[in-house]
Structure formats: C-alpha cells, structure tokens
Design a protein around this ligand. Structure first.
Ligand code: UDP
Length: 368
C-alpha cells in the first residue's frame, strides 16, 4: 500500500484523465507511475531532434470528437487548431482520396462525373459479398466492391496486421468511412481538432493541474507494484500485468523512420497511404496539421511490425477469446486488490484518443 488514495499506472490519455478527475472532484491524492521517460503515452509529441518541428514519436494522432462533452473537458487544458486531416492513397503513381469518395471511385474505376446514384450502381455490380459481414474482407467487398478492395485494402491490411482482412473483425476496416460525396476529410466526426501546443503539453497540463497529483517517470510499476488505498488503475498492456500467464495477447507494433527534408513541403496532405507492395504503409508529414511554418519538414514512414511497443490490439476471433480469459483474471484482481484496468492497452480495445478519454472519465466516476 502507498500513502496515496489512488495509484495510476501509465501517464497517457487514460491515466492523465483518471488522475485529473479524481484529484479535482474527489480531492484524492494520486500517484501516476510511468514506465517511459515522459507522459502522454503514444500521443507523445516533441521537437524532432535538431529542429523546432513537432513530430509524433509513436505515430500520428488525429483528434476527433463525437460529442462536445469530451471536447469541452479537454478544452480546459488546451487551445485548439482546426483539424486538417486529409489522407490520400498512392495507386499506380497517382494520389486518390482516402476514405473512398466519389473521386476515388472515378479514378480507380476510370469513370468521370459520377453522381451518388451512378457510383452506387457501379459498385453494386462489383460487390464481392452480400449479407452480414463476419470479417473485414467481407465488409469491404460488400460495401465497396472487389476492385476497390483489391486496390486499397487487401495489401495495406496484410502489411498493417500481418494477416488478411478475412481474419480481422469487420470493425477494423469499417473504421474508415466509404462515401458517396466529395468530402476529403479522414473522419466523419463533427469535431476535428489538434491541440495547439501539442499532445504532450495537453496531458502534461492535466497532470500538473492539481498539487494532489504526483508523477514519477522511468519507473516500471510492475517491478515495484504499489497500490492506492482506494484504488489502483492499470493502463499498461493487460497481458503484461499477468506476466502473460495465459499466453501473450496479439499486439501489432510499428517501426518509424523519420527524415528531415530541406524543403517546405514533401507531400500534399498530412498522410499518404501506400496500399501496394512497398514494405511500409504510410508516410506522415505532421506539419500539415500542426501548421508550423518552416523551410524544412519532417516525414515519417511507418513499417508495421510484430515486435516492439504494443500499439494496436488485434480485433479478431482468437484474440477475443484469449482477451475474455484475461478479463476474468482482471475481475478477480479487482476484487482482491482493487485494481481496475483502463485504456487501449489495459482494456485491449482499438479505440481512439477521444474514446480513451471518454471511457477514462466513466471509469474515474465509478471509483469510490
Ligand atoms: N485500411 C486500408 N487501407 C487504407 C487505410 C486503411 O486497408 O488506405 C484498413 C487497414 O486495415 C487499417 C484499417 O483500415 O488498419 C483502419 O485504418 P485507420 O486509418 O483507421 O488505422 P490507424 O490510423 O488506426 O492505424
């Protein structure tokens, strides 16, 4: 036991939210224990070495909100820039809008001036699946048809996940909308923003918002587990907590190759996807969304990998079964030691940052 009411393991979006909420609304003393040498989790951004340009060290985060509640909550700790989340995919040397929209369909099917009706008719004739999709391949074949699936999803998904879309839940490829209009933005969310001073500044402010919150970094809680007198919230990888007792949960990681380019811009939008034979999935030029002015730019290429820090849970049947068995262990741990599991890693859920914050607020409200 520690002297703290609450111990939070991990200083990412979930940990920062639970700590801030508990200190402010309950007056609890909170210790946040972070394994890395910084807070903000995988949202961490910093100046790229040798430059004053921000980069997202663990991959880009495009913040979007479905509701104003979570947006207003985070808005207490940051000013916002409008999101400028435009993604294109490189196909046969051309850039096509991603998510699929009317222009994508025109470029890939070799059509012009499609309308919503004519595009729907065209895809209808190319559908490779009818009925209720049981996996991501069926989902896209049933919504966008064979040609768009083969061109934009098949190889990209194999590279990203190390398996065919056939072995992933429909929700994985279903995250990306398919549109019959000309909207070029990556997400449908009504609010799309970027924290003006970056994510690290945002989560750091949350953690500094109360003198009741102490943060230690470079400490692996699993080596020195201390518990809060009221609760402990664990936001690290669920299977790590149990030393992978039931076998490791499948995770996907990424390797990043960053380059500073001596040119103002490298590509026309923040992200270009490579759905072809290249060993990488995407190139990100975050300056498009941080809107920093500079004659140089930082470009990050992403190589998916099985090894490395866990970034993505793998939504698939076999991982769901194993996850469920870990959830049973987690429930026992809750009863025995007051440990509650949260966040993308602790809950093994492929969620976005706004969803992590939203469910952290719910989790924090349940603690007593
Ligand atoms: N996807 C794809 N081609 C693309 C973009 C996405 O096949 O050009 C699939 C791929 O399986 C990916 C999933 O859709 O993992 C979800 O994409 P998203 O961009 O939301 O992934 P994230 O940004 O979370 O890595």
């Amino acid at each position: 036991m520690s002297q703290y009411d609450l111990v939070v393991v991990g200083g990412g979006p979930t940990g920062a939210t639970v700590a801030e909420f508990s200190a402010r609304t309950r007056g609890w003393s909170v210790l946040v224990v972070e394994r890395r040498n910084h807070v903000a989790g995988n949202c961490y951004d910093e100046s790229y070495p040798g430059t004053d340009l921000l980069w997202h060290r663990y991959g880009p985060h495009y913040l979007r909100f479905k509701n104003t509640e979570t947006f207003d909550y985070l808005g207490r700790f940051t000013e916002w820039l409008p999101g400028n989340y435009v993604v294109k995919a490189q196909v046969d040397g051309r850039l096509v809008p991603m998510p699929i929209n009317l222009e994508t369909i025109e470029l890939i099917h070799g059509e012009v001036a499609l309308t919503q009706e004519s595009a729907r008719r065209l895809l209808e004739a190319d559908l490779g699946f009818h009925g209720e999709a049981a996996n991501s391949e069926e989902y896209i074949l049933g919504k966008a048809g064979r040609r768009l699936y083969d061109t934009l999803y098949d190889q990209y998904t194999r590279k990203q996940w190390g398996r065919s879309a056939r072995f992933l839940d429909p929700s994985v490829c279903g995250r990306v909308p398919i549109r019959f209009d000309r909207n070029p933005y990556y997400t449908d969310a009504p609010i799309q923003v970027m924290p003006r001073d970056g994510y690290t500044a945002l989560f750091d402010r949350m953690l500094r918002s109360s003198p009741l919150i102490d943060v230690v970094t470079d400490v692996d809680w699993l080596h020195e587990p201390v518990h809060g007198t009221r609760a402990t919230v664990f936001t690290g990888p669920l299977d790590d907590y149990f030393q992978a007792r039931l076998g490791p949960l499948p995770w996907r990681s990424l390797r990043f190759e960053a380059e500073v380019k001596e040119q103002e811009w490298f590509q026309p939008c923040v992200q270009v996807n490579y759905p072809g034979a290249e060993p990488y999935t995407r190139k990100v030029e975050i300056k498009h969304v941080t809107r920093q002015k500079s004659a140089r730019t930082v470009v990050v290429t992403e190589f998916p990998s099985d090894v490395g820090d866990p970034y993505y849970p793998v939504p698939a049947r076999e991982s769901r079964e194993l996850h469920q068995r870990y959830v049973e262990l987690a429930d026992e741990e809750g009863e025995k030691r007051g440990v509650v599991f949260g966040g993308r890693l602790g809950n093994y859920r492929y969620i976005n940052t706004d969803e992590a914050v939203e469910s952290a607020l719910e989790l924090a409200a349940r603690l007593s």
